[in-house]
Design a protein around this ligand. Structure first.
Ligand code: DC
Length: 204
């Protein structure tokens, strides 16, 4: 059976993860949060490894690390993600995941532009920086991280600026991506819209 790939890109905390998980559940697709790969690299860099070595030696067990969702790891991930050798080391794994039989949804920054330019469905999910920072702040606080909303907003904006301005695979919508602004949409509406779009393309 041919693979069916859904590429979901967008800036930090725009709702990509929630939409991806819901879509994967609805269609029975496998889901890969590619940010987690970069976060695992970032975590190993914080432990003293070089970014290149961390990416080249990445193992499935590195993705189980409890601390991958912290702000410090996100920042280290975004820095490591600007290094071409780091990105190159992660390409094959992502592409073979995308091609698995039964369908796959991958979320990240460069899935529709670089990793899976032939994906059957491409979504670019955004929200205003303020809305995204408020969501991420609530998540971090729920996990007991002691950060202010202002700090989270500054971090999210710095990370987006770095992710969008890097030379290699910058964050940007693919020309054929469907853009969805979730600041004006609740999560159920975003999920319903994504499911409707994928259903159309599957039947095409
Ligand atoms: O999606 P996230 O916030 O967990 O991603 C963490 C960082 O990893 C993000 O700031 C940039 C990088 N990243 C990337 O460069 N390319 C991807 N496909 C996914 C994440």
């Amino acid at each position: 059976m041919m693979g069916f790939t859904v590429a979901i890109d967008g800036p930090a905390a725009a709702g990509k993860g929630t939409v991806s998980r819901a879509v994967a559940r609805h269609f029975g697709f496998a889901h890969l949060d590619t940010g987690l790969l970069y976060r695992a690299v970032g975590a190993k860099v914080l432990e003293g490894m070089t970014p290149e070595e961390a990416a080249e030696t990445l193992q499935a067990a590195d993705l189980e690390n409890e601390d991958l969702r912290s702000n410090a790891v996100a920042e280290a991930a975004s820095r490591a993600a600007a290094i071409p050798a780091v990105r190159a080391a992660l390409v094959d794994f992502q592409r073979s995941f995308a091609m698995r039989a039964g369908g796959a949804v991958l979320d990240g920054r460069d899935i529709g532009t670089v990793i899976c330019p032939d994906a059957q469905v491409k979504l670019f999910i955004t929200a205003t920086p303020e809305v995204r920072a408020a969501r991420r702040h609530a998540e971090l606080r729920a996990k007991g991280e002691d950060v202010t909303l202002g700090q989270v907003l500054a971090d999210v904006e710095a990370r987006d600026a770095r992710d969008s301005s890097r030379a290699e695979a910058p964050l940007k919508p693919a020309p054929d991506a469907e853009e969805m602004d979730t600041s004006t949409m609740d999560i159920d509406a975003a999920v319903a819209r994504a499911i409707a779009l994928i259903t159309l393309r599957r039947e095409a």
